[in-house]
Design a protein around this ligand. Structure first.
Ligand code: UD1
Ligand code: PEP
Length: 417
């Protein structure tokens, strides 16, 4: 199993390009199931989750053709096997995003229940409830969701909580349904908007994406289209945090500050100087960061996917910060690993109090989930001496060529086996 060996203590400096967004790419790949004509995508990140999704779609009968350095063409004309098996779904929860498109296009789907994961139970009851409201017959048997509908019917759906993939699944199901679907309490995440834009370019009739009420007028079929995947706002935020924590100065290109207000505001509160351009963001860290408290909540509030990185940043800041996690019930696993590097963190339920220390020290630590891994990388870049991060397969799910990008910024990072 790959590990990352990091020699800390060097401020990150220089310029690096941000990749396409994992959390936009995954639903958009699933959108290809909705049409018999090809969907051509660019800015597709090279990530394990993306390879898993391409493998899953290929197994369903799609023709997948890589196109240049970061493109792919997906042709679902031969879609013949509307099944997502446990083996693939267990490695990537986002596989459940095939459910809505498969029922809409094939009239049936058999998709493994994703099950719980390190950060929480993460049920998919809202996805199922929404499909049932659209007239699908849904049974959960032997660990699989079996859904059937000769043609889905438009419905008014109000989800019990804001759910990102739930909104995406139901929006994809609704584009081919008969009549109008209204999704209330919809997720407003930029990735939902990117998916809606892709679907619109395929001929879907969607309004309100980016607000909490999305209206979809079903159409009989979608056509082929070309779409560029949006930049990864979480990868962007992660590199900004790494530069801030190490006292560095970086310019991130091929990205946008447009979806990062909550993160940028907190970095400025911590004392960073941030300049934004149309397709780039620059950050200059202060001599010492000030501690910043955060509370995670659905977009446009502070993202849960940036919580761990801000915990890492606070471990070496001046003062104490309170971190409240309100989305997932078990998303503080990085705290004990950060403590191995010398961080002072107290956890009480969904609240962590981080007291900044003058220096972290290198140690061996274990990555427990994707963003926990990112927080350990940030802490290791700051720590004095050598840190070995184990189980970095989590990191490879969501960060493209991370050691290459960090090395370009001057960090001493090496992948070891
Ligand atoms: C591939 C992808 O885009 N993943 C993102 C997506 O995950 P994902 O879409 O899985 O997260 P959700 O927005 O659905 O989860 C929000 C909360 O709702 C709960 N819930 C959700 C659905 C449901 O049917 N029942 C239920 O109880 C979840 O357990 C969680 O507590 O949004 C999360 C919240 O911004 C991010 O951390 C993930 O990176
Ligand atoms: C939790 C995440 O991803 P996923 O929903 O794919 O597990 C994440 O991107 O931080």
């Amino acid at each position: 199993m790959d590990k990352l060996l990091i020699q800390g203590g060097t401020p990150l400096r220089g310029e690096v390009a941000i990749s396409g967004a994992k959390n936009a790419a995954l639903p958009i790949l699933c959108a290809s199931l909705l049409s018999a004509e090809p969907l051509r995508l660019s800015s597709l990140p090279h990530l394990n989750d993306v390879s898993t999704m391409l493998g899953l779609l290929g197994q369903m009968g799609l023709e997948v053709t890589l196109d240049g350095a970061d493109g792919v063409v997906l042709d679902a004309k031969g879609l013949n096997n509307p099944v997502a098996p446990y083996d693939l779904v267990k490695t990537m929860r986002a596989s459940v995003l095939v459910l809505g498109p498969l029922v809409a296009r094939c009239g049936e789907a058999k998709v493994s229940l994703p099950g719980g994961c390190a950060i929480g139970a993460r049920p998919v009851d809202q996805h199922i409830k929404g499909l049932q409201a659209m007239g699908a017959e849904v049974k959960v048997e032997h660990g699989y969701i079996h859904a059937k509908a000769s043609r889905l019917k438009g419905a008014r759906i109000c989800t019990d909580m804001v759910t990102v993939t739930g909104t995406e699944n139901l929006m994809m199901a609704a584009v081919l349904a008969e009549g109008e679907t209204v999704i209330e309490n919809a997720a407003r995440e930029p990735e939902v908007v990117d998916l809606a834009n892709c679907l619109i370019s395929m001929g879907a009739r969607i309004s309100g994406a980016g607000s909490d009420v999305i209206r979809i007028q079903g159409v009989d079929k979608l056509h082929g289209a070309t779409h560029r995947i949006m930049p990864d706002r979480i990868e962007t935020g992660t590199y900004l945090c790494a530069a801030a924590a190490t006292g560095g100065e970086v310019r991130l290109t091929r990205t946008s500050s447009a979806y990062l207000d909550a993160v940028i505001d907190k970095l400025m509160d911590a004392g960073c100087d941030i300049q934004t351009e149309r397709d780039a963001i620059s950050l200059k860290a202060p001599a010492r960061l000030k501690a910043v408290s955060i509370r995670t909540a659905p977009y446009p509030a502070f993202p849960t996917d940036m919580q761990a990185q801000f915990m890492a940043l606070n471990t070496v800041a001046d003062g104490a910060a309170t971190i409240r996690e309100t989305i997932f019930e078990n998303r503080f696993m990085h705290a004990v690993e950060l403590a191995r590097l010398g961080a002072a963190i107290d956890i009480n339920g969904n609240t962590a109090v981080v007291k900044g220390v003058p220096q972290l020290e290198g140690a061996t630590v274990m990555a427990t989930d994707l963003r926990a891994s990112a927080s350990l990388v940030i802490a290791a870049l700051v720590a004095k001496g050598e840190t070995l991060i184990e189980r970095i397969y989590h990191l490879d799910r969501g960060y493209e060529r991370i050691e290459e990008k960090l090395s370009k910024l001057g960090a001493s990072v090496r992948r070891v086996r």
